[in-house]
Design a protein around this ligand. Sequence first.
Ligand code: C2E
Ligand code: MG
Ligand code: MG
Length: 565
Amino acid sequence: MGKEQRFLEFLERLVRVTHNPDFFDRETYVELIHDICECYGISKGDVEFYRNTSAEQKHEGSYFCDFDNGHAHKIIHRIRVISKTQAVLIATLYAEESAEFSDEEIDQLGLLLRVILSFVSRRRMMDTLETFGFTDEKGYPNFRAYARYLEMRNAEGKLVGNLAVQMDLHNFTLVNQEVGRECADEVMWNYFEAVKRAVGEKGIVSRLGGDKFIAVLPPEAKERFFEVLSGIPIPYDEESSKRIFVSSAAGIYVIPESFVMHTSGDIMDKITLSCAVAKKSEEGAIVFYDETMRAMRERSKLVQRDFRIGLKREEFLVYYQPKVDVHSGEIVGAEALCRWFRDGSIVPPMNFIPILEQNMDICDLDFYMLEHVCRDIRRWLDVGRNVVRISVNLSRKHLVDVDLQEHIMTVIDKYHVPHEYVEIELTETTTDVQFRDLKRVVTGLRELGVHAAVDDFGMGYSSLNLIREIPWDVLKVDKCFLPTDDEKDNSINNVMFKHVVALAQDMGLECVVEGVETEKQLELLRTNCCNIAQGFYFDKPLPVEEFERRMITKGYETPVVTDTP
Ligand code: C2E
Ligand code: MG
Ligand code: MG
């Protein structure tokens, strides 16, 4: 074969193998490089790649060598090219000391090298794009990688039956606190690896940001995947072989046959929604998407939309639920509870407060309530009525407001309400930061003579620290602690109730028990020396006029219940 013909054959083979980087066959390519080198008497060929000229100056690039027979003694040819994307590529050919090359051969080699370089440049740029475009700053595949995967699988018609998932790691803030930021990063990475293994080759896991991940997996991976969701021990410190338990809440959409995907957003909507529902339910919850969720979301949107108008039109009313002295039946206080008078019916707080708590809207409602309560107290004082302390609920969302205490006092003082007539109810917190803020606010209020109550004590993860470290005036025992009539004396609820009440008394806290509905429960309070009850046994939350009438009669008859043997 003539030299010219041989060169043309190499050129043709090279163009063929490097034609489409997506279908690149490395084995054929390396074989071809070897053939070329052997044929021309080349001992070694290498390529340096730099993303741009400044990377070249700093020698921050990558290096490839596909052929080296160990006899590279001199450089016989070197070319440097700059690609359209400003990447710099330098190719060098080496040969033995004695080797000789004609000008024609050098020209031919130069041309072959240029074909190789344009290929390397395209491939490298694709890799760079892959690295920078489809992974996030910590190396996790990102949303773009997920969207691309969905689009590819959809085009192949392989999405039906797959599970699309959004997952949210449980309590990752706590993991951060517990093991420190660096180790927490490792925990997250190792958990991600476990999720990836469960999902398998025929799926993808990407990070949305923070501790949120999204995945697509085939039905056969479901069981393994659910195991990882419900919780597995994750190692994070190789030396001491320490492990921490990690689990996730997840929203899942099983892609049905009828599903038509226009964009990846069609799936994201569904898994984001079901994940939000999962997060609100019990730990470890896995929630499958269904169409009623969409209706719920529509309702939420309507609430958020109508809230501002409702506030302006004063559609929110303050209802007062009396707090009663269990011995005398006298009203010693009341809790202000919100009702929304919307389109002719009364909406209970559970139907709108959790929605308003999704953003800071709840804070405006709480201040509206405080303002209306102070206005009522002022009016009662002005007409010489008997006034009792009124408690107002404040959402935890307020705790981020560093000036919360001043804001509260501005409202109280605007109506010249003596501070002792106002009580603020706050619920327990879940994080250290909130705990610190809570302590600051309660301490501040107390110094100014405003009472502070810990609400729903016992319902969440109440810690004893909460009542030891924070100077509360009042502890409101949640109704979940109050035994029902048919519970035995030695039931866990009964034992805990007695001790919680005793603890509050011994610590000098005023103790209010919520949810008292029966005479027997009232008697239980009496026998345990708990003085104040709030509940349907006396009254439901009352509209202001009714509450005022109640205040005139001053209270209730309180029958004494004696246990029948
Ligand atoms: P909460 O602060 O613990 O209020 C006590 C809730 O228990 C009230 O529900 C009250 O009606 C109910 N309750 C009282 N006695 C009994 C009883 O004997 N049996 C039963 N089953 N329930 C009883 P409501 O008014 O539906 O309020 C629910 C929750 O909504 C409140 O719980 C509070 O967390 C929240 N909320 C109400 N108004 C406001 C507000 O203005 N601001 C904020 N941030 N939250 C509010
Ligand atoms: Mg309350
Ligand atoms: Mg409560």
